[in-house]
Design a protein around this ligand. Structure first.
Ligand SMILES: [Zn+2]
Length: 302
């Protein structure tokens, strides 16, 4: 009997300091998962909510599933499809069949393609709740984290890319502007309407295509760093030299998944630091998160 008391006391003492540590606010992590020539962003919040924005192309499923599982994801509190192109929704059925999805957000767009039809089928099979949220809507994630849908604004655009959701992820004082594949027409609409696009980090639109990331827009966003989700040796030559030159001209440090692999921005609500999979350049087969190093602290100027 006495032995049990000793063990119990030891356990309590052992766990007390841990409990104290865990009471400290966790950071938010924004993972730009390297899915080649496609987009996939995982947000893990301080209160352990998981949000996935886009899900790569049709080949990305196994990698995304493995990545999410290795980061403890079992449930997605929100799954967001920025627009119904195959390099953004391609593996969404895999995600829907493998994880519990509490809410699904997508613009009110249809696309008569195989990937879109498979996505509709998966939503139906799993009876996922769908919200056709629009610009002006806000997703309140938890007290310090929210996602503002700021685009696309009402209007006629020539390409489906310009109908992409433009999302402003806010954590405390930090903001991330996630452009999906939005280009010049959507950017111009945002600037014309005087929408506040200022952000600490920008996820460059359309994999660095020169159809967007115009100089006036980048100047208004005035970010401390940019991320480009783009495939190695892609046939379109993304990111385009013109876009890279604009980022260089504005002295915006740029993180590219084709060069760095998975990239993670870690936000404490006031400053942001980046980690990435630095072995990618020498060992393209490496996809392991645990090899990442902290490389930069972005001064958010606040
Ligand atoms: Zn795309």
């Amino acid at each position: 009997m006495k032995k049990w008391v000793i063990i119990l006391t030891a356990v309590i003492l052992y766990f007390t300091p841990l409990r104290f540590v865990s009471a400290k606010e966790q950071p938010m992590q924004v993972h730009f998962i390297d899915v080649g020539q496609a987009d996939c962003i995982l947000i893990q919040t301080p209160q352990n909510k998981n949000i996935l924005i886009d899900a790569g192309d049709m080949r990305s499923g196994p990698k995304i599933i493995q990545y999410l599982k290795s980061h403890g994801v079992m449930t997605l509190d929100a799954l967001i499809a920025t627009h119904p192109h195959h390099d953004h929704i391609g593996s969404m059925p895999d995600i829907i069949y493998n994880f519990k999805v509490k809410a699904f957000y997508m613009p009110n767009l249809t696309n008569n393609t195989r990937s879109y039809n498979l996505l509709r089928q998966a939503i139906k099979d799993e009876q996922i709740m769908v919200f056709n949220a629009r610009a002006g809507n806000k997703i309140e994630v938890e007290p310090k984290v929210s996602i503002d849908i700021i685009g696309p604004l009402a209007g006629r655009y020539e390409t489906m890319n310009d109908y992409s959701y433009v999302l402003k992820l806010i954590h405390g004082k930090n903001t991330f502007l996630l452009m999906a594949d939005a280009g010049e027409q959507s950017e111009t609409a945002l600037l014309t309407k005087g929408i506040n696009v200022k952000a600490d980090i920008i996820k460059i639109g359309h994999h660095g295509a020169s159809t967007g990331s115009t100089l006036p827009f980048l100047k208004k966003v005035n970010p401390d760093a940019a991320v480009i989700s783009v495939g190695r040796h892609n046939p379109w030559g993304y990111p385009k030299r013109a876009v890279i030159n604009r980022l260089k001209y504005l002295k915006i440090p740029t993180y590219r998944t084709d060069l760095l692999g998975n990239i993670v921005a870690i936000s404490d609500g006031r400053s942001i630091r980046f980690t990435y999979e630095e072995t990618k350049r020498t060992d393209p087969s490496s996809i392991y998160f645990d090899r990442m190093n902290i490389i930069k602290k972005v001064n958010t100027g606040k």
